[in-house]
Design a protein around this ligand. Sequence first.
Ligand code: DON
Length: 309
Amino acid sequence: MPCKTNEELAELVEEAKKVTSEGKVADYIPELGKAEADDLSVAIYHVENSCMSAGDIEKTFTLQSISKVLTLALVLMDHGEPFVFSKVGMEPTGDPFNSIVKLETHEKQRPLNPMINAGALAVTNMIKGSTKEEKLLRYIDFIRKLTFNKKINICKNVAASEFETAWLNRSLCYFMKKDGIIEGDVEDLIDLYSNQCAIEMHSLDLAKIGAVFALDGKHPETEQQLIPKDIARICKTFMVTCGMYNASGEFAIKVGIPAKSGVSGGIMGIVPYQFGIGIFGPSLDEKGNSIAGIKLLHLLSEKYELSIF
Ligand code: DON
């Protein structure tokens, strides 16, 4: 289905674009540093199957941390809540996404939640499959269903760039391996995680995934239950409490919708029973969230009274 440009949305994109110069493109994964800082796109997918978009909508970007919420859904489907939450907690940290500090100071070395890197690595380690290739294929198949049968591509340059530079993530893994939170080969896990983060999307794909969550896990067209309702609820709750890292509290007050960001500049937003939002704006604020993306969500939320609170 073609997604029409919407004039009102285009005006908000122009307004939000003004702040891109106040942020910076992520370059700790060198390949991400090639993004164009003033890009900004948004797509909105309504649960009754219409969509609208504005901005640099043809640009693709990698999922990065947005993948964390999708991996969580898959492993909860694979193993159920008791097992998953024996390895990862449910509490926000207030620390940067890649911080190691709580692993040492908190009880049992269990990472505090699945949206920080430590927790996400523990979750990726739980994807079912006998090899890393089989695990990745299962994950890709899940993402394909969530994007309404889109052929899923992995940006191999970004995956390789992350794999080559993921020293802190390796440290997190070895720390957790010591206490049995993580099992198996750490290099295989970093490889799988780097590939999961490097899955490529358009804003519209992200909006479609958001629409599935907005409908409690149901595909808006086929009404197939792609994610059990309870698991979709858990994922959305994590998005509210930890989805924007240590900016989640302020985001909940100012915007007030479940959302998940990634360092590529993507943000997936969910307006329950109404629509999913996909945003791409690679210029980031100091916490690693898309600076213009947050501005745009703020404008949208105020204008259309989207806050769930
Ligand atoms: O673990 C990493 O460094 C990335 N691949 C994902 C981080 C990320 O997107 C954090 N975002 N704000």
